[in-house]
Every structure is written in C-alpha cells, then in structure tokens.
Design a binder for this molecule. Structure first.
Ligand code: SF4
Ligand SMILES: [Zn+2]
Length: 358
C-alpha cells in the first residue's frame, strides 16, 4: 500500500500550483529575441562601498533562468525576454558585449568605473554563461574598478569568482533575495531558496574576496501595504547583519508582462506599492550599517510604484538623491496631500481587502 509523503501532499499545491500557473501564463508569450543583441544597456551612477561611481549596466540575453523555466517567480517577466531554446552561444554573447561597449563609447565621456552584468537569471550558471565566456568577459573588463554579477545563491562559487577577483577587480554578487522572510519568499514570490542559502552564498563570496549586494522586492502579490513595509524594514536589517552583504537594493514590485502579478493586476487584485512606502523604509533603515538604495522602475505609472500622480516625480527624485547620499533628511523636503490617503492604506489595508485604493 502506498504511504503518504510530503511530495504527494504538495502535488498541485503551494509551489507546485504556483509553477503550473506561471508556466501557463508564460506560454502565451510568442515573441522571440535576437541572440546577438543585449536585452538592455544603459549608463548611470551608483553608490558603492568606495563611493559614487559611473556605471555601465548590461542585461545580457542568455537562455534565461532555470527556475523561470520550471515556472518561476510570480512577478518576474524577464524570462519572456530571453532567447528561445535555453542557450546562447559564446560568440553571440561576446557580440552582445561588443554592442554594449559601442554604446558606452558613443554615449559616455570616459569608460565606466563600475560594470554591472545581469542576465535575467544567473551569470554564474554554466548553462547560461559557460566558463570560457565568463573568462573572456572578465578579461574584457579587467581595466575597470569594480564589477557586479547577478546570481542565484546556488551558483555562487569561489572558483567562478576568481576569474574576476584575480584580475584585480572589486567584485560583488547581486543576489535576488527578495525578502529575508522565508514564508514570503516561498509563498508570495514563489522563489525556492531559504535565507540560510543566502547566508551561505555570502560566506562563499567572502571566501573569494567578493562582496554581496542583496536585491529585495517590496510588496510581492498577496501582501498588503503595511505588511510589505514591515517585511522590507525587517529584511534590510537582517541583510545588514550578514557579514559580506554591504549593499541592499530595495525595489518596489512593478507589473511585468506575462506574470502572475499581471493577472492579479488585471483582475483588480494588485496595486504596486506607494512611493511613500519606499521612502518610509529608506528613512527607517538609514541608520543600519549597510548601503540601502532603491530604483523604482516605471515610477508614477499604474504598473509601477506610484502615489497620486502629482508628487511622483518629486518623491522619485528624493529617492534617487537618497541613493547617492544616504541622507534621510531628503524626505523631509517632500510632501503632498496624498500622504493622508497613504496613511489610511497603511492603517486599514489587509491581505483580504487589497488594494484598498488604486
Ligand atoms: S526573479 Fe530571478 S529566480 Fe525568479 S524567475 Fe526571475 S530570473 Fe528566475
Ligand atoms: Zn501626491
């Protein structure tokens, strides 16, 4: 006679159910992408442990994240932008890098000091970026000061990081932790790993002589505004206490295409967080021993973090100012009548009546 097991119990429930829904939503996407073009590239300025630096951010188009192929995170639409078929050849990846260098040469006065490479997955996953390509990319940017490479905790490995560290680069691994609360990460984000795995990745990075930049997600689906704010304050503090994690990038969830968040949004069940909430977390955690930055994507739009429409640009500017200076007094200079509506949401919104105000 068959015995009940946790696997049987889980079948069709929890993560299993989330993955099934996510696979179905993603299957509706029929766009395809050129393997020789990067997904995106742009120039900016970033706050690093050594001060503010000019940066070149590259989103490489790889085969996409393994976890996304299984179903993946409820808010993540990046895999929809990845190349069909699961892998991109070395030559194509290097052509993408060439295009990024051309963009930099055309737009910037001088080469960026900081290079950030994201892949809509894990740069350190061999299946996305083979060892030889990793080496070639490290060589290409060996004359820069610092590099950030994105990876899930599983793939953080001192030997892989040595390709960069041994070339004299300051290296950070960008880990999409999303929240320090395992229950929220599992049930609301549908991300499989635990905080303990993040801590282990930080220790491994430290062994390699690298640092960690944790990416947090404010307000995944199913969390009300006040719960989302609390979750972020707690998460920033917990990240700050992990040795090796020197920066937290705390970003409000936005509504990306082909995601569960988008389904909920269309059915009136999701509103991205208020920009006041972002300001509240940055202000409340400013005294923690960790750099905290935020970059609200699509701010002021219905699909991005927004307030009333009148004050969005003002609050966004204060957030960008905070990113570079880490001075919470920047928020004293912004105010708007909609703060009282936000305060009402913070008092009254719950998981079952959200969104209280759109
Ligand atoms: S958020 Fe990261 S781990 Fe989750 S599906 Fe997207 S790329 Fe994969
Ligand atoms: Zn306002």
């Amino acid at each position: 006679m068959s015995q009940p097991t946790p696997e049987v119990y889980e079948s069709g429930r929890g993560m299993d159910a989330h993955n099934e829904v996510m696979r179905e939503i993603r299957a509706r996407n029929d766009e395809s992408y050129d393997p020789t073009e990067p997904t995106r590239v742009w120039l900016d300025e970033d706050n690093t442990p050594d001060g503010v630096r000019t940066s070149l951010t590259i989103i490489l188009n790889t085969g996409g994240c393994r976890w996304a192929r299984a179903g993946g995170c409820t808010m993540c639409g990046y895999v929809a932008e990845s190349v069909e078929g699961g892998t991109v050849a070395h030559e194509d990846l290097m052509t993408q890098v060439e295009h990024c260098l051309e963009h930099e040469a055309d737009t910037a006065d001088a080469p960026a000091e900081l290079i950030k490479i994201y892949t809509s997955g894990s740069f350190l996953d061999e299946r996305e970026v083979p060892a030889g390509t990793r080496e070639a990319i490290a060589q290409t940017f060996a004359d820069r000061e610092r590099m950030v490479v994105e990876s899930l905790p599983d793939f953080v490995d001192r030997e892989k990081l040595a390709a960069f560290v041994d070339r004299g680069l300051a290296v950070d691994v960008a880990v999409g932790l999303e929240t320090a609360t395992d229950r929220v990460r599992h049930d609301a984000v549908n991300k499989y790993f635990d905080f303990a795995d993040f801590e282990a990745a930080c220790a491994e990075a430290r062994e390699a002589g690298a640092g960690v930049k944790a990416y947090l997600l404010m307000k995944p689906p199913f969390l009300a505004e006040p719960d989302a704010v609390e979750d972020m304050k707690r998460s920033v503090r917990r990240c700050g206490s992990v040795e090796g994690c020197h920066t937290v990038s705390m970003n409000p969830c936005n509504v990306q295409r082909h995601t569960m968040v988008e389904e909920l949004y269309h059915d009136g069940g999701y509103r991205p967080p208020w920009l006041w909430s972002v300001a509240e977390v940055l202000e409340a955690t400013a005294d923690e021993d960790v750099i905290v930055v935020s970059d609200p994507v699509g701010h002021g739009s219905d699909r991005g973090s927004h307030n009333c429409g009148e004050c969005d640009d003002l609050v966004q500017r204060a957030i960008k100012d905070f990113d570079l200076r880490q001075d919470p007094s920047v928020f004293e200079e912004v105010s708007c009548a909609c703060e009282s509506t936000w305060a009402y949401v913070m008092r009254e919104e719950t998981a079952y009546n959200q969104p209280l105000v759109r």
